[in-house]
Design a protein around this ligand. Sequence first.
Ligand code: DON
Length: 317
Amino acid sequence: MFSKNKGHTDYDIMTLQHILDDIYTEIQPHIGKGKVADYIPALKRIDPTKFGLSVCTINGERASVGDASERFSIQSISKVFTLTMAMKIAQEALWKRVGREPSGNRFNSLVQLESENGIPRNPLINAGAHIITDILTSAYEHPKEAIVQFIRHVADTTTIDFDLEVAKSERETGNRNLAMGYFMKSFGNIHNQVRVVLDVYFHQCAIAMSCEELAQAFLYLAHDGILPSTGERVIAKEDTDRINALMLTCGMYDSVGDFAYRVGLPSKSGVGGGIVSIVPGEMVICVWSPGLSENGNSLAGTKALELFVQKTGKGIF
Ligand code: DON
């Protein structure tokens, strides 16, 4: 067991690698359980037995097991990157258009939007992410390129790109997202053309990255907003804390309470089966396993993170 001293990097990478190896053995009976997302046809072809797990520390050390270097569709994990970009642009004005409370509903639910006047509960559910993407659509001449450039920059990997087949499949089956967009537009909370904003949103969800790339890309959230490799500030320290708070309270949709109970780390999931978790001051963990729970979170991925925290004591509580 590592010490509970927050912000103290008391691990050594060989020990972390052994812990990941143990998790890989223990997780085998859970792999393939759950349901691969099938509401986006291009996602349902993914092999449900895939499993990858990678840890990247703020010192630049890495431990990985399984399919950690294979790219998958990051889906809603992209909402954290776009939120980071939008917070830099819109600052306090952003919070007039989107809330900061857990939704208690499915990630693509429409029900709250009417009673809450087209203001989504938080930026990590679909409707809230549409507002964020609308902000980026207003700010950038080429918002899709701006998003992928931002991700390539924080991941320090130039080859990260959209999976255009997934983006097309999302667009063809994205009626529910379009409905949310038009509904918010009727309240004046989407400023650009809904189809244009949603095209950007479908593309950001369709970015393909590996566990290793995601763990590296999110290091700024474990390091007070600074890229540890170069010392460059991505976002202010206080905004880093706020994004971590939003991930802890809103990042796992309608099972955020259960996830905080079991894992206790600021995290974000996607229906591609990925989950990214932040250990503030220390490291980022990314897991990928495509079988999902009813709430759209990776089943084996959640179990692996629970095992990681049990074995290392690295939960934030
Ligand atoms: O909007 C959608 O339906 C997807 N492109 C993204 C959803 C997603 O990943 C939700 N996550 N758990």
